[in-house]
Design a protein around this ligand. Structure first.
Ligand code: PEP
Length: 252
């Protein structure tokens, strides 16, 4: 049975003390939740990982980095390796977010390298994919998503695939307030699951967690999460306020 997950992506927000406060608030709220129907993860800036891990340790909330380098170690000033991320106590890394693809020119090939290093270091990967508005409107969105997933992930073994969570994030819905309708999201989630089934078989496809991301909030999460192939969310803006984030966590 696949897991439901709600993961926050704080992006480049909060100082370390602010992040620690937010993590404490989420951790306490999750601890008090009697009937939690999903795993909860917070994705935080590199600088926050160790301090936030100290807050979360022993609790129910998982920890993710928002990126890692596509090199193992060495002369890459300013980069942070998968081994470094893992050494903070984080269990997950978010890779392939559209902001990284767009502003930092991350390609499917680079992401493949990052995925391999993340898995080698025992991290689970929340792998983002999704189309631009132009690609949605010209009808090429399924091809784009298929290339993103197959070129960065389909070299993995079935055993490695168990450490992959997919996040479908239509770029036109990220931070815009424009959510994909639950039917639009479900269509793509079912397409992704079918793609995974073709490569890894029906059982692994059924076991794969596929998250939706893009202006998800407490008011629209219940309808999105009710769809059969939507297994939770990757949450940007609404993960920066513990109450909003918890409104999504409890939406199942
Ligand atoms: C994201 O960037 O991963 C995201 C889903 O952002 P938002 O929820 O703010 O649209």
């Amino acid at each position: 049975m696949r897991k439901n997950i709600v993961a926050g992506n704080w992006k480049m927000n909060t100082t370390v003390p602010e992040g620690v406060e937010l993590a404490k608030a989420v951790n306490e709220a999750v601890a008090q939740e009697q009937s939690l129907k999903c795993d909860v993860v917070v994705g935080v800036p590199f600088t926050h990982l160790t301090a936030v891990n100290a807050v979360l340790e022993g609790g129910k909330v998982g920890l993710a980095a928002e990126n890692c380098a596509n090199h193992k170690s060495g002369a890459y000033t300013g980069e942070v390796s998968a081994a470094m991320v893992a050494s903070t106590g984080a269990q997950y890394v978010i890779l392939g977010h559209s902001e990284r693809r767009e502003y930092y020119n991350e390609t499917n090939e680079m992401l493949k390298e990052k995925v391999d290093l993340a898995l080698e270091n025992g991290l689970k990967v929340i792998f983002c994919c999704g189309e631009s508005l132009e690609q949605r409107e010209n009808g090429s969105f399924k091809e784009v998503i298929s290339a993103e997933i197959s070129e960065s992930l389909f070299h993995l073994t079935a055993e490695q695939w168990a450490s992959i969570v997919i996040a479908y994030e239509p770029i036109w819905a990220i931070g815009t307030g424009k959510t994909a309708t639950s039917d639009q999201a479900q269509e793509v989630h079912a397409f992704i699951r079918e793609l995974v089934a073709t490569k890894y078989g029906e059982q692994l496809a059924q076991d794969t967690t596929i998250l939706y991301g893009g202006s998800c909030k407490p008011s629209n999460a219940p309808e999105l999460f009710a769809k059969p192939d939507i297994d939770g969310g990757l949450i940007g803006g609404a993960s920066l306020k513990a109450a909003d984030f918890m409104g999504i966590v409890t939406a199942f």
